[in-house]
Design a protein around this ligand. Structure first.
Ligand code: GRG
Length: 298
C-alpha cells in the first residue's frame, strides 16, 4: 500500500475514534469542552497515533491490535494537542497561528487555553485506563499508561520544554540541544511506538527494537522540524516560520547548516530502518513512515 494511502486511512480511523471518545460540548462545562475540541479537531497530521497503530500492526496485523489500540492512539493525540496549546501561550512561544488556524488562547483566552490543555492531558489518562474501551489486558494498560506518563512528564516532554525555554538566547552545547530534542519531541514519539508494541503483545526484544526505531525517527522528526522552520513559509507550515531564530533557539541548521542537517536527518532515518531488521513485511508502514518523516514538507 502507498504510504500516503496508509497515512490517510489511519488518520481517518483516528479522527473517527476521537469523535467517538471526545466529550460533547454541552452541559455546564460546554465552553471548556468546546475549547478542547477546537484544538483537537482543527487539523494535524496525527503522526503519533498513526505510529502507535503501525507499531501494533507490525506485531499483529489481524485488525484486533488496531481496534484495541485506538483509545491509546487517541490519548497520545490529546497529550500532543495539549502540548501545542500550552506551547503557543504568551508565556511560552506566544504564537497566534497553529495548524493554519488561530491558536487556542486567541479564541478562548489564556485561562481557557491553559484549562483546555489541562483537560486534554487528564482526559488522555481517562482514555488510557478505562477498561471498557479496549480488550488490552489490565497489566499491559498499566505498562502503557506508565510509559506514556514517563515520556510526557518532567523527565520527558515537560522537562524538555522547560530546558528549551531556559536555553533561549544562550549559547548551548550540541549535547544540550540533543537533550532538548530527545525529551521535548522525541520522548512522546518514541513512547507512541512503544505503547503500540506493548498493546499488541510484543516480546521484550521486539519492544526494545521498536524503542530504538522510535528514538531515531523522533530525532529525525525534530531535525526536519528545525529545517522546515528555516526553509518553509508560514503558509506551508500552518504555523509561524522563522520562529526559532526569532526566539533565539539553538537548532540543527545553526550548528550544521542546511546540507549538514539534511545529512543528519537521513542518517537517523537509516538507523531507524536498521532497528526494524528483525521484523517482517508487517513493519513496512513503519519503514515508509521513517522515509515520510524525512521528506515531509509541513
Ligand atoms: C508545553 C509541556 C509543553 C510542551 C510543548 C511539543 C512541544 C512541547 C512544543 C512544540 C514546539 C515544536 C514546534 C516542536 C517541534 C516538533 C513538533 C512537536 C512539531 C509539531 O508536531 P506536528 O508536526 O504537529 O506533529 P501537527 O499539527 O501535525 O499535529
Amino acid at each position: 500500500m502507498e504510504i500516503q494511502t496508509y497515512l490517510s486511512e489511519r488518520r481517518r480511523m483516528v479522527d473517527e475514534a476521537l469523535q467517538t471518545y471526545s466529550l460533547a460540548a454541552e452541559g455546564p462545562f460546554a465552553r471548556h469542552i468546546e475549547a478542547m475540541r477546537y484544538s483537537l479537531f482543527v487539523g494535524g497530521k496525527r503522526i503519533r497515533p498513526i505510529l502507535c497503530l503501525a507499531a501494533g500492526e507490525a506485531i499483529d496485523a489481524s485488525g484486533a491490535a488496531t481496534a484495541n489500540l485506538l483509545p491509546v492512539a487517541c490519548a497520545l493525540e490529546c497529550i500532543h494537542t495539549y502540548s501545542l496549546i500550552h506551547d503557543d501561550l504568551p508565556a511560552m512561544d506566544d504564537d497566534a497561528l497553529r495548524r493554519g488556524k488561530p491558536t487556542n488562547h486567541v479564541l478562548y483566552g489564556e485561562a481557557g487555553a491553559i484549562l483546555a490543555g489541562d483537560g486534554l492531558l487528564t482526559w488522555a489518562f481517562d482514555l488510557l485506563t478505562d477498561p471498557c474501551r479496549s480488550a488490552i489486558t489490565a497489566e499491559r494498560r498499566l505498562a502503557i499508561a506508565h510509559c506514556i506518563a514517563r515520556a510526557a512528564g518532567p523527565l520527558g516532554m515537560v522537562g524538555g520544554q522547560s530546558l528549551d525555554i531556559a536555553s533561549e538566547h544562550s549559547d548551548i552545547s550540541f549535547d544540550t540541544l540533543q537533550t532538548i530534542h530527545r525529551s521535548k519531541t522525541g520522548a512522546l514519539i518514541t513512547c507512541s511506538i512503544e505503547a503500540g508494541a506493548i498493546g499488541a503483545g510484543a516480546s521484550g526484544d521486539q519492544v526494545a527494537a521498536m524503542v530504538q526505531y522510535g528514538r531515531q525517527i523522533g530525532l529525525a522528526f525534530q531535525i526536519v522540524d528545525d529545517l522546515l522552520n528555516v526553509t518553509s513559509s508560514t503558509e506551508q507550515l500552518g504555523k509561524a516560520a522563522g520562529s526559532d531564530a526569532a526566539h533565539g533557539k539553538a537548532t540543527y541548521p545553526a550548528f550544521f547548516g542546511i546540507e549538514g542537517t539534511r545529512a543528519r536527518a537521513a542518517d537517523a532515518v537509516s538507523q531507524a530502518r536498521d532497528a526494524l531488521a528483525a521484523f517482517d513485511g508487517k513493519a513496512d508502514p513503519l519503514r515508509a513512515i521513517a522515509d515520510y518523516i524525512y521528506s515531509r514538507t509541513s
